[in-house]
Every structure is written in C-alpha cells, then in structure tokens.
Design a protein around this ligand. Structure first.
Ligand SMILES: NC(=O)C1=CN([C@@H]2O[C@H](COP(=O)(O)OP(=O)(O)OC[C@H]3O[C@@H](n4cnc5c(N)ncnc54)[C@H](OP(=O)(O)O)[C@@H]3O)[C@@H](O)[C@H]2O)C=CC1
Ligand SMILES: O=C1O[C@H](COP(=O)(O)O)[C@@H](O)[C@H](O)[C@H]1O
Length: 485
C-alpha cells in the first residue's frame, strides 16, 4: 500500500468517532496500514493536536473491534494524528490546511498521496470538492482520492449537480462513493456464492427461481437524525442505495472478468433493465408505511410522529416494500420483493431466493404440500447462508424442509468500514458506487418519491411488527409470503 495522508473532514463527528477512526485502528492492528501514513483531522472545533488525540482514544475505547492496549502499537498509531481547525465555508482555511499538509509531508518524507475523506453533512460535499481544487490541495505531486459518504444527492437533479462539482476536481476513477452495505462480508460474498458454485448458477434464472425477497429491517427508530430523515425517508435512505446494490448483485450477469469496471458494467445493466413505474403502477407495486408507538425489545417506544424533531403531521415514510421486475432475458417474469423499515420486530438483513416448486405429481405428503427450496443469504447480524431442502422427517414420515446451515453469529471479522477504507487506500473501487449506478438508481426512485408527495397511501404499522399489512398483501396477491425469521 502506498504511503499516504488521510485527511478526515468532519473529524469530530459521529461517523468519524463510531466508524472511521476505529476502522483505521483495526487496520493498523491487523498490519494493513501503509508503512508511513498520517491522519489530519479537520473540523471547526478548535482542538489542539493533543485534544484531538484524546478524542481518537475515546473513539477507539468505545468502538474498536480490537482491544486498545497502552502499548507501543497504540502509541505509534496515535502519533500519526494531527488536527487543523477548519471551516468548510472559509476559503482561507483550505490554504491553511494546504500549508500544514505540505509541511507535514516534507517533514515526514511522505509522498503527496492524499486521500480526502468527507465525513461531513452532504450539503458540504460539493463546496469541499470545489475548494480542494481551487486551493491547490488536489495539485500535489502524488495521487489524490476522494471518499464521499452517502447520501449522494437528494434526487437525480441534485446528484447530477453534485457530481458536476466533484468531477471538476476529481476524475471518476478517483471518486470512492461509499455504500457501506457493499463493505459487508456477505454482500461481497454474493458474487462468490453465485459464480463459484456450479450448483447455483445454472438455476439462477426465471426457469428455476420463482421470486427473490430482499429485506433489511431495523429495530431502531429515527434516533437523533430527524433533521436528515424527515427529508430522506426510507426510500432515499435505504432503497436508493443499499437495497438497490443488493438487487444488482443478485441479478447481474457474470462479469467478463473479475475486475472493477466489468463488475460495475454488469450491475448497471440491471438498473437499466429495471421496470419503470408510472403513478398507477407505483400505487400497485409500492407500499409505504410509518411506525406507530409499540414495544420493541421489551421497551415501549413512541411513534414516528412523536420522535424529537419530527413534524407532528409528517408524512415521511419509515417503511417501504416494493415489487420490482428486472426486464431482461434471465429474469423476465420473476418478481423481486424488497422491504425495509425502522422500528420493526428484528434487526435483520437477508436475501431469500425462492426456487420454483416441484410439479405436483408425486404426493410425498398426503395433503400434497411441499415447501419450496430456499437459498437464504444472511447479511446481518447473522452471516452466512442456508439452503432449505425437503427431506423425510424421521418421526412423522412427512417430507418437510430441513436447513443446510452455513451461518455464524458475527465473528471478529473486519467491519464494512474497514474493508472499504482499506480498498480506498489501496485504490480498489470495486465495492464503491460508480456515477451511472447512482444516477440510474435516482432515476428509478424519483417518480416514486414524487408519487409519495401526491396521494400514495401511508400505512401505519405498530412498532415492533413486521410492517403494515399492505406489504404482506403485496406479496400474498402473487401467491407468495415473506420468509420472516
Ligand atoms: N453517523 C453515522 O452513523 C453515519 C453517517 N453517515 C454520513 O456521514 C456524514 C457525517 O455524518 P455524522 O458524522 O453523523 O454527522 P455529525 O453531525 O456528527 O458530524 C459532522 C461533522 O462535520 C463538522 N462540521 C460541521 N459543519 C462544519 C463546517 N462548516 N466546516 C467544517 N466542519 C464542519 C462537525 O464538526 P464541527 O462542529 O466541529 O465543525 C462534525 O465533525 C453524513 O454525510 C452522513 O450522512 C453515513 C452513514 C452512517
Ligand atoms: O445507511 C444507513 O444504514 C443504516 C443501517 O445500516 P446497517 O449496517 O445497520 O444495516 C440505517 O440505520 C441508516 O438509517 C441509513 O442511513
């Protein structure tokens, strides 16, 4: 890995504390950092270098996967950290940052390889990209990279404008747009499950698969993020990015090579094949909901409208379920059901591939009922996969499903942010989103968010449930059911 400087904008914020700083530490502990690296934290708070290092230590104690020992490795890690007070709206602060950085690079004999990480509110993304270039921060003699958090825009128009600003300063190849689901172990494993196993790939089409279900449910509510969430809702917060990414990986064709652009090209084709819905079709195929009060994990919780910062008349959706079609040769006629929501019964992200039923000729059970075969990819918190196959049960003699189980509770494996930060530092953008993916996803989502502003019903659901009944009806109408649990 090249020696480099990691410039962390938003260094005093929540994301930095919970994800980025611990990820850097874990990589350091695992021997995955470059021999020489420096981190410069930048945000408005007037920290001294020592105070910032104190904040880093707090973050590691709270969130690091590896224990934080008072040893040489930790001291060495901490010694890499610097801090520059910085206001993103002030042009002079970019000049001051440049001076600090160049001085540091010269003193530490570091090449001018610069990774700019924007752990900041999205409103700043465009300004910072423009100012990085205007100040000459991007004109070092080494390479430059920009890691940018979600959300990338609010709709297609704003995303295109942001992209225009970003691409004035960085080539597409230098932009690493984070979708942290792409850093999850089992999301990265979808390609392996599909393309490294001859038992699945021949069946991976509309002749053998009857439907696919992608669920990402959360028990948490909006927490302290109402200011953002009120404008985003579940559609922009989860569907436009994480749900679409999982769909693309499940539905894509095998890439010609296992390289970044070949994989991204195939993912994009899925979005191009995604059936667009007009208002009437949106009403038929998309269900939105909002949580009421209820009990989650044994605790009483308030409804969305009573959450701090939420307007009492808010129509922001906290749940979306939808039926999608990928209109290509492989998937013609196969419904993809997606479902995501907050304050649901359990925290769970999983993908269930339901295979076609066996012809009803042989009556293994007297009532002729045979369960379908299911391949379940567990993403979070359980990781792994399960294959549900029919076998004769010893006691009853009935043919019932049994699971071939390759799941494990989350072990101490690298977290999504660790994988993604390591990839950005080593210049591997495979698990980051390319502009055409982002733009096509917005183009699919935009008509739905417009319909949500009109007269699309907003179904209430009880906190701690599996969502509104209308979401069950959506799938039941096709003769299927959600595979919960
Ligand atoms: N928190 C999370 O778990 C996740 C966050 N994200 C994304 O990460 C980004 C950051 O979120 P989060 O960390 O939660 O936000 P926070 O509000 O916690 O942090 C924002 C950071 O930006 C700094 N900041 C604010 N205004 C300015 C300014 N004018 N100039 C310079 N720095 C400024 C703040 O420090 P100061 O006040 O000192 O300037 C702070 O360090 C967002 O895009 C969010 O969507 C994505 C996934 C998860
Ligand atoms: O990006 C986001 O993801 C989280 C859910 O992530 P997970 O890794 O815990 O499944 C979600 O809570 C948040 O609203 C959203 O912005």
């Amino acid at each position: 890995m090249d020696d480099q400087t990691f410039i962390l904008f938003g260094a005093s914020g929540d994301l930095a504390k919970r994800k980025v700083l611990p990820a850097l530490y874990n990589l350091h502990r695992d021997g995955k950092m470059p021999r020489r690296f420096t981190v410069i934290g930048a945000s408005r708070r007037p920290y001294s270098r020592e105070a910032f290092q104190g904040l880093v230590m707090d973050a590691l104690h709270q969130y690091s996967r590896h224990p934080v020992d008072s040893d040489e490795t930790t001291a060495e890690f901490l010694d890499r950290f610097h801090y520059v007070p910085f206001d993103a709206g002030n042009a002079d602060d970019y000049t001051a940052l440049k001076g600090y950085l160049e001085d540091l690079e010269a003193r530490a004999h570091l090449p001018q390889n610069r990774l700019f990480y924007l752990a900041m509110a999205p409103d700043f993304f465009g300004t910072i990209a423009v100012q990085l270039q205007a100040s000459g921060l991007t004109s070092g003699t080494g390479w430059k990279r920009l890691v940018i958090e979600k959300p990338f825009g609010h709709d297609y128009r704003s995303a295109a404008e942001l992209n225009r600003q970003v691409s004035a300063a960085f080539d597409e190849r230098e932009v690493f747009r984070i979708d942290h689901y792409l850093g999850k172990e089992m999301v990265q494993n979808i390609e392996i499950i599909r393309f490294a196993n001859s038992i699945f790939e021949p069946l991976w089409n509309n002749r053998f698969i009857s439907n696919v279900q992608i669920t990402s449910s959360e028990v948490v509510g909006v927490e302290d993020r109402a200011a953002y969430y009120e404008k985003a809702g579940a559609l922009r917060d989860m569907v436009q990015n994480h749900m679409m990414q999982m769909l693309m990986l499940i539905a894509m064709e095998p890439p010609s090579r296992l390289n970044t652009e070949a994989i991204r090209d195939e993912k994009v084709k899925v979005l191009r094949s995604l059936r667009r819905y007009d208002e009437a079709k949106i009403a038929q195929n998309v269900v939105r909901g909002q949580y009421l009060s209820g009990r989650v994990g044994g605790q009483e919780v308030v409804g969305y409208l009573n959450e701090p910062g939420v307007a009492p008349t808010s129509t922001t959706e906290t749940f979306v379920a939808a039926k999608l079609y990928v209109d290509n040769f492989r998937w013609a006629g196969v419904p993809f059901y997606i479902r995501t929501g907050k304050r649901m019964k359990e925290k769970m992200t999983k993908i269930v591939v339901q295979f076609e039923s066996i012809p009803d000729k042989l009556f293994f059970n007297k009532d002729s009922s045979l369960a379908p075969n299911l391949l379940t990819i567990h993403v979070n918190p359980v990781q792994g996969m399960e294959l549900s196959i029919n076998v004769e049960q010893e006691e009853s003699g009935r043919v019932e499903p049994s699971e071939i189980d390759f799941t494990r509770e989350s072990r101490n494996s690298p977290e999504a942010y660790e994988r993604l930060i390591e990839d950005a530092m080593t210049d591997d953008p495979t698990f980051f989103t390319r502009w055409d993916e982002v733009s096509l996803a917005w183009k699919w989502v935009d008509p739905i968010s417009e319909a949500f502003q009109q007269h699309q019903p907003l179904y209430p659901y009880i906190a701690g449930s599996t969502g509104p009944a209308a979401a069950d009806e959506l799938i039941r109408a096709d003769g299927f059911r959600w595979w919960n649990g």
